[in-house]
Design a protein around this ligand. Structure first.
Ligand SMILES: Nc1ncnc2c1ncn2[C@@H]1O[C@H](COP(=O)(O)OP(=O)(O)OP(=O)(O)O)[C@@H](O)[C@H]1O
Ligand SMILES: [Mg+2]
Length: 244
């Protein structure tokens, strides 16, 4: 079996910075994995997702996604990866409707300059129905609740029909009910479509029941990588969240 994502000895250095933010990261994600990445603020979780998605260039090592080098084949990789950003909010006056936001998920596949066709609109509608937000289709995105926006953003990601899902804190600022609803969709997607999923979370009670691995990140390094029960009972875990 080939890994879906493979990072070997990866250092990511932000432009203008002297020191690497990710330091010597080795990580293999296998088909059908549902991996949670945990670590304190500033650990490098977002940097990790953006390095995998080929948005941040790395200085050392090698990152391959679906056997493509993200450095040289970034656009091809990104067509197959659904990436949900951390804390995406829309001002109330945003001039887009829900359907406009969801169809944007197709642009990665069709390019910015081709108009979406019937196939694209069908994929967008299916994604909205799947997320149970089709009743919001014609509503302005800026007038929705945080939970509704998050469902729209997940629908936008699904409209792309990705093979890999990368999510950066999909539950931040959501109440218990919205968290449960989105979490059950993520698990259902993973179960029924075998969608390989890598998600950053910051609370233990956000670990979805289908999670098979927890990757612990601190100071840009992977401190541990183990099944949830094993990881949560290990001293590594307490160490990661302690000072120093
Ligand atoms: N554009 C940037 N330029 C320089 N340094 C950056 C940049 N973005 C992030 N960093 C630094 O890289 C480190 C890792 O940041 P990152 O955003 O990946 O952490 P995180 O684990 O996602 O944190 P959080 O839990 O707060 O989202 C931090 O020290 C941060 O200050
Ligand atoms: Mg982050």
């Amino acid at each position: 079996m080939r890994p879906v994502i493979e990072m070997l000895g990866v250092d990511t250095v932000y432009e203008g910075e002297k020191n690497a933010t990710l330091k010597g990261v080795d990580l293999r994600i296998w088909p059908g994995d549902l991996v949670c990445v945990l670590g304190p603020n500033g650990a490098g979780k977002t940097t990790l997702l953006e390095t995998i998605n080929g948005i941040l260039p790395y200085k050392m090592g090698r990152v391959t996604v679906l056997d493509e080098d993200v450095c040289t084949r970034g656009p091809k990789v990104r067509r197959q990866v659904g990436y949900m950003l951390q804390e995406h909010t829309f001002p109330e006056s945003t001039p887009y409707l829900v359907k406009d936001v969801i169809i944007m998920g197709r642009f990665g596949r069709i390019g910015l300059f081709r108009r979406p066709n019937e196939t694209d609109w069908n994929a967008a509608r299916r994604a909205a129905e799947y997320m149970e937000i089709f009743h919001l289709w014609d509503r302005p995105i800026g007038k929705l609740s945080g939970g509704q926006v998050q469902k729209v953003l997940l629908a936008r990601t699904l409209a792309k029909e990705p093979r890999i899902l990368l999510m950066d804190e999909p539950y931040s600022n959501l109440d218990y009910r919205a968290t449960e609803e989105i979490s059950s969709k993520i698990c259902e997607l993973h179960r029924t479509r075998n969608l390989t999923t890598l998600m950053v979370i910051h609370e233990l009670n956000h670990i979805p029941p289908d999670c098979n691995r927890i990757v612990l990140l601190k100071d840009g390094k992977i401190l541990g990588d183990a099944p949830p029960q094993k990881m949560l009972s290990s001293s590594l875990f307490r160490h990661a969240f302690s000072e120093g």
